[in-house]
Design a protein around this ligand. Sequence first.
Ligand code: 13P
Length: 257
Amino acid sequence: MSRKPIIAGNWKMNLTHLEGIALVQNLSYHLTQDDYDATDVAVIPPFTSLRSIQTLIEGDRLAIRLGAQSCHHEPSGAYTGEIAAPMLAALACEFVLAGHSERRALFGEDDGVVNSKIKAILGAEMTPILCVGETLEERDADQVEAVISSQVTGSLAGIAAEDVAGMVIAYEPVWAIGTGRTALASDANDGCGVVRRTVAELHGQDTADAVRVQYGGSVKPGNVAELMSQPEIDGALVGGASLTADDFAVIARFKRL
Ligand code: 13P
C-alpha cells in the first residue's frame, strides 16, 4: 500500500504572527505543485498565528496545510485560556497534535487526556497527529517497545478502525527532541514499526497499512533523506528546522535530494 508522505513543521512556542507570515511566504516561494503532489506539507504554528496563516493560505491558494499544536477535549465551556477543536476546524486547520512529549512532560497530559483530545479532534472532523515515544531512561531499560505500544493503545482506546486509518502517528523519542541527537535511521524505523504493529494488533493489518507514521526528533536537511528511505517511516514531524524556510523546504522536498 502506498502512503503519501507527510512533512509537518511544529513551530512550538516560537514566532509572532508577522514572523509566521514571512516564513510561510518564503516557504511557498520554494515549493512547487510537484512537491505538494508528492508530499503533504503542513505548518503547525502557535494559536496566535493560525488566523493570519489561514488567510495567507486561502488568499494565495497555497497547497500548504495548516495544523494546531493542541486543543481542549470539550467543544466549549468555562475553560479559561483553552482552545476548542471546533474553533480550530473553523480556521481551516486540518491537523491537531495530541500527546506531544512536551505536553505529556510539562503539562501532565497522560494517555487518558490524549485519548479524549483525539476524540474531540475527530469529532470536529480534523486529523489527529498522535505523538508517542520513550525517554532515555526507558530506552536504557529496554522498554522502547513496551512504552510505544502502551502509549498507542491507551491513546487510541475506543476509537474506530476507520478513524485510526486516517490518522497520523508520530514516533518521537524524547531524547532526540531538540537535542541535535537524531535516532539512527534503523532505530527510527524500528520505533515506527512498533507503532504500526500495535495498530495492527488493535485494528488489523488494513488499518495498520493505511495509518501514516512519522519520525520526529532533530530531523534536518542532512538526515531527512536517509530517514525517509526507511520502509516504516512515512514522514517527519520537524521542530527546530521548521523555523527556517530554507531548511524546511529542503526537508519537504526530501525526494529530490
Ligand atoms: P526537533 O526537530 O527540534 O528535535 O523537535 C522535534 C519535535 O518535537 C517535533 O514535534
